[in-house]
Design a binder for this molecule. Structure first.
Ligand code: SF4
Length: 232
């Protein structure tokens, strides 16, 4: 994948009317049952031979984090952590490619409380779209306990618009990340953050402008102290 093909993908999406996605969404019969399937760690997904990703390691945009901060008053590092399942060693630099929602010791999203999302109003775009992702021709549907129920035409239309916005944002974010990291970014070079790693982690999230802060970050897996350098 290169930036030119990502740009073509964005153009295609911009010119596609979101109503094209409605039939696939209507057919799914999706209605959220608040089962928490997408919020809890259910299994690991093998991405490469070096990367096993928990099913709920949820990639989020910096804008998602800012919205949650605005809504809750929480701090950046309490909402999100570097994507430790998607790292790149570059000489002395350890890059994490993007952010994921913070997870608790059981591996659940920290916002999944008493069987519900505690930040429903401000939840990330990916959570708003689940279980739908954009497929080649229509929507792809992920595993979900809320399928084969009923979804109204209005809700399907809203979901279709959200999905289109999400997919465009995702491609723009990929372009930003590729422009920041350059040719070193390839799935063959990605790995999980070594468990014994302690040092700086620079987060590449496609918004590089200038260095803003360096904050101590306690890795829950090892208890080791690591600093996160965030560019925003
Ligand atoms: S933010 Fe809310 S909807 Fe998204 S994974 Fe966490 S609890 Fe679930």
């Amino acid at each position: 994948m290169d930036t030119a093909s990502l740009r073509r993908g964005i153009e295609r999406l911009i010119h596609m009317h979101s109503s094209a996605l409605i039939p696939g969404i209507l057919d799914s019969g999706f209605s959220c049952q608040r089962c928490g399937w997408c919020c809890r760690e259910n299994f690991k997904i093998r991405i490469t031979k070096d990367i096993q990703r928990p099913s709920n390691a949820i990639s989020i945009f910096p804008d998602d984090i800012r919205r949650i901060i605005r809504g809750t008053g929480m701090k950046w590092d309490d909402v999100a952590q570097p994507d430790t399942y998607s790292c790149l060693s570059d000489g002395d630099i350890m890059w994490a490619i993007g952010w994921i929602l913070r997870r608790n010791e059981e591996g659940d999203c920290i916002f999944y409380r008493s069987g519900a999302c505690a930040i429903y109003e401000w939840r990330p775009m990916i959570c708003r779209c689940y279980p739908f992702f954009m497929g080649e021709k229509s929507v792809d549907i992920m595993r979900c306990e809320g399928l084969e129920n009923k979804i109204s035409q209005k809700s399907a239309g809203e979901m279709a618009r959200m999905l289109k916005r999400y997919e465009i944002k995702k491609l723009r974010s990929y372009i930003g990340i590729m422009e920041e990291i350059g040719a070193k970014l390839s799935s063959a070079n990605l790995h999980s953050l070594p468990k014994d790693y302690s040092g700086d982690v620079l987060v590449c999230d496609g918004e590089a402008r200038k260095l803003r802060h360096l904050t101590p970050w306690i890795k829950s897996s090892t208890g080791g102290k690591t600093s996160v350098v965030k560019y925003t």
